[in-house]
Design a protein around this ligand. Sequence first.
Ligand code: XMP
Length: 396
Amino acid sequence: MLNHRFITEWKGAESFVEGAVEFIRKHAEGRKVFCALSGGIDSAATYLLLKKSGIDTVPVFIDHGLMRIIRGKEEREHIKKLFPDVRVVDIRSTFLPQIYAAGEDAENKRKLFKKAYSDTISRVIKEERCQLLADGTILPDIEESFGVKIGDVKESMTTADEAKLLEKNKARFVKSQHNLSIEYEVEATVQPVASLIKDQVRAVLEFFEMPVDLVYRKAFPGPALSARIIGPVTEANLAMEKQVHDIVESTVDDHYMKEHKKPLIINAAGEQEPFQAFAAISDDVTTKKVTGLVNGARTYELPAIERGELDLDALIGKATKLKGRARLFFEMAARDEGIYDVVIRSVNSKDARTASVTRLPLPVLGELKDAMLQIPAVKRVYLDVTPKPPATIEYV
Ligand code: XMP
């Protein structure tokens, strides 16, 4: 199979879009293209470029039921509003029972997601008779997968060429691109945003005059909210996770909109701030192992709990030196009634490989805590003050 990637030097959104349209027409003219929209910015930019190129495209959103709620609306409603021609493929009735039965093993959950995505994509490609698949692979995905600079990658490569490149650069390999290991029954893939970094993708969305909440949408993991439910996923805790997640993401967005007129800024360290802001839940966070990162390897350890005065800088300093524990959680509130512990996490990052803790002002943290305590099922509220490393961004 062939992979076509648009590799170009960035000279601004307008000239990028012009070049990308030419690239897409060269490889996709007269073909039908499958394009999965994930809710994220990379696939949105990919789809907008295909549309602008006048290519017959099938845009698909797979609704497995574990997407986040943003400002009270499920992701499928946001996508439908942004892209009215999207085909929503609802796999909730078959997928949710599988995830409820999956237990707490993180890899098990990841495998279920991978299979659900690939089976659904394969089915729709067949039904719609698509010859090509377009995806929103971006520059860090390619550089981390092949261990080379984007300039060393050719516009069109066979999967056999890529295997050779991977073998040659094994030592510099960081992670496999999420879609690299799955081959679909298509003639080729088309990757129009392959040479872009996140900020350039945002500039492309701005060029297409997309709304600010899409342009600055925060990254969201493939395994969706299952990466934020510590322990097994149930119908009840999934509903809870959606509710508290929305509170954190919306409150943090509102704070940045008020302070900076944008929900996300590039800070003095060159990081996207906040890169992600979310909540995780558990029935008892103090007794559950969570993921960490030590010397480049994933660890799985209990968190350490800190109480007392909320001095963010001191806590972050302490978290940086953690040993034998994956996280430092600061207890913001605790009461006897309630069922769930909520962990608030907001991190800044350039590319998700490392992350620092967002210094949210105390009044914003207070607002978050109060909002959580309004929910009768909430028992305790924690703030995760651990950078990556020694923590990971997500909890599984
Ligand atoms: P961690 O938790 O490893 O996350 O620090 C780094 C970035 O990747 C996202 N993430 C995932 N994305 N499949 C994905 O597509 C996954 O299994 C997965 N795990 C984590 C995470 O949200 C963060 O941006």
